[in-house]
Design a protein around this ligand. Sequence first.
Ligand code: PMP
Length: 460
Amino acid sequence: MSAAGSLEVDELVKLHRDHLWLHLTNHRAFESQEPPIMAEGNGFILKDIYGREYVDGLSGGVWAVNVGYGRDSIIQAIAGQLKKLPYYAGSMATPPYILLAQKLASLLPDLPKVYISNSGSEANEKSYKIARQYFSEKYPDKKKYKIIYRNRDYHGTTLGALASSGQQERKVKFGPLPEGFAAIPHALCYRCELGKCYPACNIDCARALETVIQREGEDSVAAVIVEPVTAGGGIIPPVAEYYPVLQEICRKYEVLLIMDEVVTGFGRTGRMFGHQHYAVEPDMITLAKGLASGYMPISATVARKSIFDQFLTELEDPTGYFRDISTFGGCAGASAAALENIRIIEDEKLAENSAQMGAYLLEGLKELEKYPVVGEVRGKGLLAGIELVEDKKSKKPLHETHLARIVAEAKQAGVIIGRMVRSVPDYNNVLYTAPPLIVTKEGIDRIVGAFAQALAHVKL
Ligand code: PMP
């Protein structure tokens, strides 16, 4: 890998300062600091334009690059398809879309109907629209449209997906948000919202769904959406009994269970899909990040055949089919990228590597619980977080400045780790790592070492 020349670096930095408006960024920071600009990647190693190398503990910043960087076979698959036919959308398919749908259906046989779009937010929006129209076709006299979500889960940036997200900090100043969404408690035992203790709690956080359905009106709820393991809300793997309870309530009230596997899909948690750690059978699943590992933007909403069948109406019926489109769902190169990406994940047994390396990572991070500021270490597979507190007894969240410092120190030590979006009002005081699934023991050692080195600097 070669770094950019110094003139080029200065130019890039100037242009960055002049023109960029980045995601989740207060640009004030760049008035005094050099902006981070990544230039190259190979495996799980990144190089920035200043010539520094890092272990990528974040898989491309937002846990997407599951197969790592520099995958020639994906690049060739994309280029080959673009030469043949880059794109066709609307009611016409392309061969890679068909093959991708077949592949996804083989991985998720109960959900054989595949709807392609571009981003995780969109995949979730589609699932809400499908759920709403499904019930409107099935019970034309009922208004079964509400979507229940869980506190701390995140489902996307568009207004519907945001309205169904349980992180208050992401919603402030964007209101009013659409109505028709209601929340249930999160599943984090460390800070139980209901003030209970597992296992005596009787999994009341899941049982709260029934209370919310009854409050909202039994016939008015269409779907529940959850992340199998909450990612951006603080790395929260629910206890084993959680999803069976949730599922039972969904079935009792004929509410569709949607699993948002935008982060947890494709090996991230040590199984091909995050929900496979639990005894649960979702009615729809949404997929994005690891679907093509960021080599192309693509997402999917996969559904039961019984849901799809509800949309098979008379040909003359102008509104009975799913009247929805996603222009770039027709990008054939993206489907080709996803297909090759999934082949790599399967052939290289990356879900298995994620399970093994994830266990090793968790073991290393658990050692850090000896630090007074480490409240709890949580994770599944290569998705792990450290909740930081002022002291273990009060569990008062460690102040923002310390979290920022730890991330900066780790970067200084050559490892990119992440900080959750700050919460208002309940602080999301979790640092996290989710390296590419090809990571080795040496890579994990560097990540854990950087956390340890950075934590040693925290002085209260
Ligand atoms: N669902 C989850 C669980 C996510 O973490 C994200 C993004 N981080 C989304 C949905 C939204 O995906 P996108 O940013 O691609 O719209």
